[in-house]
Design a protein around this ligand. Structure first.
Ligand SMILES: *Cc1c(COP(=O)(O)O)cnc(C)c1O
Length: 421
């Protein structure tokens, strides 16, 4: 519980710290990088560079300038590939988490007489569930019957055995998260994929909370497809363009929602009414890419690839481990219970603690300059991010929490969530 110990940890895991490269506000402890990552100077510069190419080249920016726009989505996909254990052509930067899931289900969900169901879980983020429900309806299938949700025994985590047990023969596709958005549990993606394939079922993962926070080996695990957003751990900025991974075994599959930017690059401007899809994941693009929402990723990915996922993961585990330990030793008496997994294999990039006064404790934290995430009904989500947060900030946050409880500061606020929480 000493500052000296926090400083020692800082020394030990210095390799992945790039705090100087980020816009970190003085007097603010930002523990919300898993909702919206902070702006780095490199991301800012790469966005300004794209604006500049618009300024100087106009329409010719598509093929001219330092980073021509026409191939940028493919190039960014290629720089993202090492973060998830994929090959360059298997990744494309496009769309949003939600639109990408729609595209992937439109492409890969082909219900047959005997296989009509989609397997998800009851802890998943609502938008994934809404997308699955609407895709089922488009096939004339009632979601009440055809969407199966793996149950959680403790309301926080999922057991691999329960997931596998739910994979009945009528399941066409399994859609799960790499890291659960509340408890931060890392799912055993390899084992789930093996089990699904043994039953002839496809598997797609939502990597929103796992890309940039844990390493992946999507190719080695033989995952069929994946999708994610880039504004969380990848620091791509609010509304940053998302991503899609398609295992090369599925190259050539016809996109469910075709559009001209999914064309083979050399054929796109033939302007023919017969669609010639690109070879790789790029085939799943639809219209003109959202370049201003992709541009910050140029700088951001350069930085992440320089540091590498291994060093990021080492520092992240040390930060979350330290935070969990401090909450358990210093705050248990005040009613805080850590529900993120203790084991390093199962722990993602954030810590989740529950408390019956969570909503107003989060407001008191903000009043004290700590930015957490409140998750209804009783969760406090804290993400000490490897690239820009420090061990001292972890210690300071726990001290502030202690003070909030000791002085009952939280009682000055209503125990109710804000509109955006
Ligand atoms: C953040 C998040 C989303 C967000 O979806 P968008 O389409 O990017 O708004 C979806 N799913 C999960 C699991 C998330 O954590």
């Amino acid at each position: 519980m000493t500052i000296t110990y926090a400083q020692e940890l800082e020394q030990c895991y210095a390799a992945a710290s790039r705090r100087d490269e980020f816009y970190v506000q003085e007097d603010v402890i930002y523990f919300d990088g898993n909702s919206l990552g902070l702006l780095s100077k490199r991301a800012e510069n790469s966005l300004l560079a794209i604006l500049d190419s618009w300024k100087t080249h106009g329409i010719d920016g598509w093929m001219q300038g330092d980073r021509p726009w026409f191939n940028l989505s493919e190039e960014l996909g290629a720089s993202m590939a090492p973060l998830i254990g994929a090959q360059p052509e298997e990744v494309i930067v496009t769309g949003s988490t939600t639109s990408n899931l729609h595209q992937l289900l439109a492409t890969f969900f082909k219900p047959s007489k005997d296989r009509t169901k989609i397997l998800a879980d009851e802890l998943n983020f609502p938008t994934d569930i809404y997308a699955i429900q609407s895709q089922l309806k488009l096939h004339g299938l009632d979601p009440a019957e055809h969407l199966i949700r793996v149950k959680s025994k403790d309301g926080q985590t999922l057991q691999t055995e329960d997931i596998i047990e739910a994979m009945t023969d009528d399941v066409a596709i399994v859609i799960l998260s790499g890291v659960l958005y509340r408890s931060g549990q890392v799912l055993d993606m390899k084992k789930v994929t093996e089990a699904a394939h043994a039953r002839g079922t496809l598997v797609g993962f939502d990597l929103c909370h796992s890309i940039g926070s844990i390493p992946h080996s999507l190719d080695d695990w033989n995952v069929d497809f994946a999708f994610w957003c880039n504004y969380k751990h990848l620091n791509g900025g609010p509304g940053a363009t998302g991503g899609i991974y398609v295992n090369r075994q599925h190259f050539g599959v016809s996109p469910g929602l075709a559009g001209w930017f999914g064309s083979a690059k050399d054929r796109q401007f033939d302007m023919e009414h017969t669609f010639t899809p690109a070879e790789g994941a790029g085939a799943l693009q639809m219209g003109t890419p959202h370049l201003l929402s992709s541009a910050p990723l140029i700088g951001s990915l350069e930085l992440m690839n320089e540091v590498g996922m291994e060093a990021i993961r080492d520092r992240s585990l040390a930060l979350t481990g330290y935070l969990q330990e401090l909450i358990e030793t210093e705050l248990a008496d005040y009613g805080f219970v850590v529900t993120s997994p203790k084991s390093e294999v199962e722990r993602g990039g954030h810590v989740f603690a529950v408390h019956k006064e969570a909503a107003r404790i989060c407001k008191a934290l903000k009043a004290n300059g700590v930015i957490p995430d409140y998750r209804t009904p009783n969760g406090i989500r804290l993400a000490p991010v490897a690239l820009y947060n420090t061990f001292e900030e972890v210690l300071e946050t726990v001290n502030i929490l202690k003070c909030i409880m000791e002085e009952e500061q939280y009682k000055q606020f209503q125990n109710k969530r804000e509109v955006v929480a």
